[in-house]
Design a protein around this ligand. Structure first.
Ligand code: ADP
Ligand code: MG
Length: 314
């Protein structure tokens, strides 16, 4: 089949959930023409996943499709925005129809869940699979969640549980996969609705993609503050605790990456905690750097336990 027939077959779908709203010209022309909501500002995010770097080769194509969108939705969530439209740049060694069918299935599962319409893209040949998704979202002027607003005395919170995805990936690569943990890597829950709930409540926010310790450090650096982090309060899942010792759990949780939870700071209580579990894990301090506590005891933590996941990616 020719390239456009392929695109038509696998990527030309109605968005559902009102996702096609505002699409004046979608897939099929030289460019997409979109009608943004009057009065709202746009948020643009893009993330690229390279086979063998960001996910193991031969990962289930439906998981690759889901994850490629979910990691971008997580950035939208961390900005407190509503996702609207996406474009997809797909580079692959050959056009395998079975693969494309499954990939599109995963992609549109995530798209349907969050009401995002696919409005265009690019399809090219390359020696290795590269999936790049761009999302355009919307937010009320002046309302976007930022990294630079944390104040001394704010509480530091994180959604969900941390460490699972990195432990899942390690098991997958190492040949001893734990299903509940692997699923956190393949099907990250983008916290889009919770990100929206944080608008007006959080003083700063970031999504946890590279590891909680390093991502919190980025938020603190942007805010010009430091923090006290209680590593005994890290939210760890039953599946993580059942499969690893406490030191390893904490190392996955702090340095593992791929969680796609939200880490945020707030002067008060977190909003609507019923939507998603939220845990207080520390406090913003004036100064710089993160001081880790286990109970009342200061414990040194070198953020390098899982550098082998990190050094090969950007
Ligand atoms: P052009 O040569 O003008 O760039 P293409 O032949 O690359 O056009 O693409 C034709 C149409 O298909 C465009 O609307 C483009 O946005 C869309 N498209 C191409 N690849 C993809 C893809 N992977 N996913 C979604 N839409 C795509
Ligand atoms: Mg093109």
């Amino acid at each position: 089949v020719d390239e456009f027939e392929l695109i038509r077959r696998y990527f030309l779908r109605a968005g559902g959930n009102g996702a096609d709203a505002g699409v004046e010209i979608g897939i099929g022309d030289d460019g997409a023409v979109l009608a943004p909501t009057p009065g709202l500002h746009q948020v643009q995010v893009i993330d690229t996943l390279v086979e063998g770097v960001h996910f193991p080769a031969h990962l289930d194509p439906s998981d690759i499709g889901f994850r490629a969108l979910a990691v971008n939705l997580s950035d939208i969530a961390a900005m407190g925005a509503v996702p609207r439209w996406m474009t997809l740049a797909l580079s692959m060694p050959h056009a395998d129809e079975e693969w494309l069918e499954a990939f599109a299935g995963g992609l549109f599962t995530a798209a349907g869940e969050f009401g995002v319409a696919l409005v265009g893209g690019d399809t090219t040949r390359s020696p290795v699979l590269v999936v790049s998704v761009h999302i355009s979202g919307e937010v009320e002027p002046g309302s976007a969640l930022r990294r630079d607003g944390a104040q001394p005395g704010d509480t530091i919170f994180v959604t969900g549980t941390v460490g699972d995805a990195a432990a899942g990936l390690a098991g997958l690569v190492g040949g001893s996969p734990v299903r509940d943990l692997v699923r956190r890597f393949t099907r990250p829950a983008a916290r889009v609705r919770y990100g929206r709930a944080l608008v007006g409540h959080a003083t700063a926010a970031i999504d946890v993609s590279d590891g909680l310790f390093g991502d919190l450090a980025k938020l603190l650096t942007a805010s010009g503050q430091g923090a006290e982090l209680s590593i005994d309060r890290l939210p760890l899942s039953p599946a993580l605790i059942a499969n690893f010792g406490m030191d390893e759990c904490r190392r996955f949780a702090l340095s593992g990456g791929d969680d796609y939870e939200l880490c945020f700071t707030s002067a008060g209580q977190p909003p609507d905690a019923g939507i998603v579990p939220v845990t207080a894990i520390g406090r913003v301090t004036s100064g710089s750097g993160i001081v880790c506590y286990d109970g009342d005891t200061v414990v040194p933590y070198a953020d390098e336990g899982y550098l082998h996941f990190r050094e090969e990616r950007d």
